[in-house]
Every structure is written in structure tokens, then in C-alpha cells.
Ligand binder design. Structure first.
Ligand code: UD1
Length: 356
């Protein structure tokens, strides 16, 4: 059985890590990896393939940056002849990026079956490009691989129940297996980088936070004023918007650093007192690793993380001083994201050929 995975952006490489590991031992599977090139800086892409031992992409489209429409359109144009030549049993698409939408459209228009991994997530915020990508990809896909019960319910509400299978969250697979590799020396290394045992880990990259100079200034001011060091892993969008608006990323408590590799990110979360982020993946990783998270957004797709106060929304970063270094909640963590074996279930479902 031939399966094509189409990926392009950082969080998708993590999910691909779990899938490629689950598919590798199966002799019956030919797994072809297409990288759209949406993310191209080595620390946004190559480091993930190396650390998670993902085979080099078979094809890299080298699309790069652009407006959403142009980026998606270029990918669609390149993917159409490629998928038509490869003719897989499944095109597997991941999450909510422009690469996901382009691959979904390319495959359905060629009458090639599409399986959408991480189907059914909703922020219900139609101003987010990711929300368009999720909804459109779910409705166009043949098989919806849902990570949580709530995602299944969302899909049922939209009439997509018959195409839905609950598999669990493949990001939990990778997060748990990476956590198990990290030793005290690695944690000590992060602490020595920030100069102490107590620190906050932060990332900010959503257009809603980076593209408005007032909002970005407010977030950076709040991070600078925290009473513990703040390790800020800087996404290229944050770096370029801050430069454009004349805002410095340094100063106060903030220690800016390049984007972290996956393993370094997991180690940095494990050692942190708290996480401040607008990333979907990092909110969930903080939850899986038992570290309190503050999310600089008005809503989250990963609503299970809010349970018991493990994750708290602070859309304007007004309350960061109290929230970022708060103690762990007493409420016990449950396991809404599965047992770390979701990718094996994905393989089983795909092996049935038509998802039934
Ligand atoms: C994309 C995804 C988002 C995901 C995020 C993870 C969409 C709509 N959004 O957002 O869901 O959370 O990836 O990072 O697909 N850039 C570089 N080097 C790179 C990559 C990007 O310099 O390797 C710059 C580009 O100038 C670009 C900006 O960063 O303008 C943003 O990149 P883009 O891929 O458009 O979206 P992300 O914000 O990364």
C-alpha cells in the first residue's frame, strides 16, 4: 500500500515523526514523504527530521513564504501532477496549515483518498487561517482521524460522523517518547543557559499577536517584567515583525534564543516553572509534561488542557505577572490525548484501505 504524507510546517514534522516510525516496519507500506517547503530554515525543519529520525523527504517543493492564497495556490499547482504520478492509496495530511489544505484539495480533485490527521479541532474563530484550513480539510477528506472525544463530537455536529475514527493524538506519542530520553544532564544544561532553576519558557508567533504593534509591545513588556528569567524561543515571524515595528526582543527578564529543536523544547518545558505561548502544540506539550501554561489567545482548540487550571487563557497578556509563575494545580491530570500509541492505530485504520 502506497501512502503519501504531505508536510510543510514545524508541528507537522513532529506528527510525521510518530507516523513514519509506525509505518517503517510494515513491508506492505511504501511511505512517500513530500515536504512543501513552507518552513525552510534549518532550525524550523531539518533539525526535526534529524532528531526524530524521519527519512529525508522524497520530494521537496521549495515553495517558501507568501500570502496565504499564493502559498496555498503554488503548492496546489505543484502537488497536482506529483500526486497524479504517484497515485497513492492514501494521501495523509496533518493538522491545519496551508500545506494541509493544498494537499487535501490536490488529492480530492484527483479522486485520491485523503486521510486527515488531527481532524475535528475547532477554535470557532473564523479570523484564524488555521480554522479555515481545518474546516475545509475536514469536509473534503475521506477519513477523519480524530485525536480526542471532543474532536469526534465536533465532527458529528458537522455531519461528518460516518467518516470519523478516534485514534488519539500522535503528538502525545512523540512527546512521551522524547520525554523518556531526557536525563538530568540535559535539564541542567537548560538551567545553566538561563542562569537558574526557576524560569519561564515562552513562544509567540500567531499573526493575531505579532502583526499588531500595540499588542506585540504589550506582550513583550509583560514578558520583560516577569520576576524570573524568560527563555523566549523566537519564531521567524516574531523576529521580523519586532524588527519592522522597532521593538527589541531583549531586555528585562527576556533571554531571546533561536527556535529550539524538538528535544530541546521538551527538555526546556520539563525544567520550566511555567510556559507562556500562543502555539497549539506547546500548550498541549506543557499539559502532557505537567507544567502550568498561560496561553496568549482568546480561545483554544485544545480545551481539555483548561481542565483544573493547567492551561489559562490570557488574551492580552494582562495577567502574566500572576499567571506565568503560578504553582501547579492540585487537580490531577487525566489523559484526554491517548496513551502514546495513536500512530499505530492510524496505521491499522489506513491498512483497512477505505477507512471502514
Ligand atoms: C504556520 C502555520 C501554523 C503553525 C506554524 C508553526 C499556517 C496558516 N500556519 O504558521 O498553524 O502553528 O506554522 O510555526 O500554515 N519564515 C521563515 N523561515 C521559515 C518559516 C517561516 O523565515 O522556515 C517566515 C516567513 O517569512 C513567513 C513567516 O515566517 O512570512 C511565517 O511563516 P508561515 O509559514 O507563513 O506561517 P507560520 O506563522 O509559521
Amino acid at each position: 500500500m502506497r501512502i503519501v504524507s504531505v508536510v510543510g510546517a514545524r508541528p507537522q514534522f513532529v506528527k510525521l515523526g510518530a507516523i513514519s516510525r509506525a509505518l517503517a516496519p510494515a513491508r506492505s507500506v511504501e511511505h512517500v514523504i513530500i515536504h512543501t517547503g513552507q518552513h525552510y530554515d534549518p532550525d524550523m525543519s531539518d533539525s526535526f527530521f534529524e532528531e526524530l529520525r524521519i527519512p529525508h523527504p522524497d520530494i521537496n517543493l521549495g515553495i517558501g513564504s507568501g500570502s496565504h492564497g499564493v502559498q496555498t495556490g503554488r503548492m496546489l499547482e505543484e502537488l497536482d501532477p506529483l500526486l497524479n504520478r504517484i497515485r497513492p492509496v492514501w494521501t495523509l495530511v496533518y493538522g491545519d496549515t496551508n500545506s494541509t489544505l493544498a494537499a487535501t484539495l490536490a488529492a480530492v480533485k484527483l479522486d485520491i483518498q485523503v486521510a486527515h490527521l488531527e481532524a475535528g479541532l475547532r477554535s470557532f474563530n473564523r479570523a484564524m487561517p488555521e480554522e479555515h484550513n481545518r474546516v475545509l480539510s475536514d469536509h473534503a477528506s475521506d477519513l477523519l482521524l480524530a485525536p480526542t472525544e471532543l474532536a469526534v463530537q465536533n465532527l458529528r455536529m458537522e455531519g461528518l460522523g460516518p467518516r470519523t475514527v478516534l485514534v488519539g493524538d500522535v503528538m502525545a506519542d512523540v512527546c512521551y517518547s522524547t520525554r523518556d530520553l531526557i536525563g538530568q544532564a540535559e535539564l541542567a544544561h537548560v538551567r545553566s543557559d538561563v542562569g537558574g532553576d526557576r524560569y519561564v519558557l515562552a513562544t509567540i508567533h500567531r499573526p493575531s499577536n505579532t502583526d499588531d504593534p500595540h499588542k506585540l509591545r504589550q506582550i513583550l513588556r509583560a514578558l520583560r517584567s516577569l520576576t524570573v528569567p524568560v527563555l523566549l524561543a523566537v519564531h521567524p515571524r516574531l523576529r521580523s515583525r519586532a524588527a519592522e515595528f522597532g521593538l527589541s526582543l531583549e531586555g528585562g527578564s527576556v533571554i531571546p534564543t533561536s527556535p529550539l529543536s524538538y528535544r530541546s523544547m521538551v527538555a526546556a518545558v520539563m525544567g520550566a516553572q511555567g510556559v507562556v505561548t500562543d502555539s497549539g502544540g506547546l500548550q498541549k506539550e506543557a499539559f502532557l509534561l505537567g507544567v502550568p501554561c498561560t496561553t496568549v489567545r482568546a480561545e483554544t482548540e485544545w480545551v481539555e488542557t483548561l481542565d483544573g487550571g493547567w492551561n489559562i487563557l490570557d488574551p492580552s497578556a494582562e495577567n502574566l505577572t500572576e499567571l506565568a509563575t503560578r504553582d501547579k494545580p492540585e487537580h490531577q491530570l487525566n489523559q484526554p490525548y491517548g496513551d502514546g500509541r495513536a500512530a499505530e492505530r492510524v496505521f491499522e485504520v489506513l491498512s483497512r484501505g477505505n477507512g471502514n
